[in-house]
Design a protein around this ligand. Structure first.
Ligand code: ZN
Length: 343
């Protein structure tokens, strides 16, 4: 089969011809139907410091995908041939104490598909049965594929109350865009977003953001004070931009929450901690998806028909056109790029 793999410790990836993976105990083999490209794949492609320290080539990349189970390994009890499933990228052993305590998303013994073990940019993939999440066939494959990323947004949004609330979302990458439509579906009163890229501002309009502020043009602070004089009820940080922490602390109301998903380039940020303390803010780091609560919540949201996700899928192409996807993403001219597997 053909796969997209990091073959050597250097920038780029290659299309390689490799044997079909054999199913293993506790695992299922699936035939790929769609996959999507994540910012992490771009980092691996570019071979940044994180990738260079973490990935041991050769490695088939890709951790967001969906397909149909064609074979189940020994001991598999909860999945069967013919099931339509999507990938959860975090592999956590069933024996994990963190998992048993409902903290599987932060389990130290996590390994990641397409990073630590072979992923899904290939005709077939073999993954643990728990990581193959049952998905209703009514969900289109181009959406089913990116539930791993959508789940990041569900997890962040549902980290605090949403219905009737005014929510600020900083950064309109794909997960920020997902968060907008999830907030609306869950009954947020108003969703205010910040974004600088004209391309992404267009996508934010398309998914239904109520107010879009552009820090390069608008006086964001005075606009926020006008729209939400007491402060917003919650801020979802999705940009990793150094200025967004101050913005969040300044403009989240006393007793509100700040949920942090975006990664900052520099580990250390200078923030007004005393203001956060006196305001009694809940500042919470978000990673991965709750195993398996987030997946259940996401399944319900998808079934509700209330999510407006189509505008975020800006490109659909055969997976072997990986290079074109990388160009679009590094130019910031793409929402979610979805791969198809027709061969
Ligand atoms: Zn991802």
């Amino acid at each position: 089969m053909k796969a997209i793999a990091k073959v050597r410790p250097a920038p780029g990836v290659e299309i390689v011809e490799v044997p079909e993976p054999a199913v293993r105990p506790g695992c299922v083999k699936l035939k790929l139907e769609a996959a999507s490209v994540c910012g992490t794949d771009l980092h691996i492609y570019q071979w940044d410091a994180w990738s260079a320290s973490r990935i041991k080539p050769p490695r088939i990349i890709g951790h967001e995908f969906c397909g149909t189970i064609v074979e189940v390994g020994e001991g598999v009890s909860d999945r069967q041939v013919g099931d339509f499933v999507a990938s959860e990228s975090h592999i956590v052993p069933r024996t994990s104490e963190y998992l048993k305590r409902g903290l599987g998303h932060v389990a130290p013994e996590t390994s990641i598909l397409g990073v630590d073990v072979d992923g899904g940019f290939a005709t077939y993939a073999v993954i643990p049965e728990d990581n193959a999440r049952l998905t209703d066939r009514s969900v289109p494959i181009k959406i089913a594929a990116f539930q791993d990323a959508l789940g990041n947004a569900v997890h962040t949004v549902m980290d605090g109350p949403v219905a009737g609330q005014t929510i600020l979302i900083t950064g309109m990458g794909p997960i920020g865009l997902f968060a907008v439509t999830i907030c609306k579906a869950l009954g947020a009163e108003k969703v205010i977003v910040t974004e600088v890229s004209p391309y992404r501002i267009g996508l934010a309009e398309a998914v239904g953001a109520d107010v879009i502020l552009n820090p390069t043009k608008d006086d964001v602070a005075s606009e926020l004070r006008r729209i939400a004089p007491q402060g917003v009820d919650g801020t979802l940080e999705m940009s990793g931009h150094p200025s967004s922490m101050d913005l969040a602390i300044d403009h989240t109301r006393p007793g509100g929450r700040i949920s942090l998903l975006g990664l900052f380039k520099d580990n250390c940020q200078t923030i007004n901690l005393n203001q956060a303390i006196f305001k009694g803010l809940a500042i919470h780091g978000i990673v991965g998806r709750k195993l398996w609560e987030t997946w259940d919540q996401m399944g319900e949201l998808l079934a509700s028909g209330k999510l407006n996700l189509d505008p975020v899928v800006t490109h659909v192409m055969p997976y072997l056109e990986f290079e074109r996807a990388m160009e679009l993403m590094s130019a910031g001219q793409a929402g979610k790029v979805v791969f198809t597997f027709d061969d």
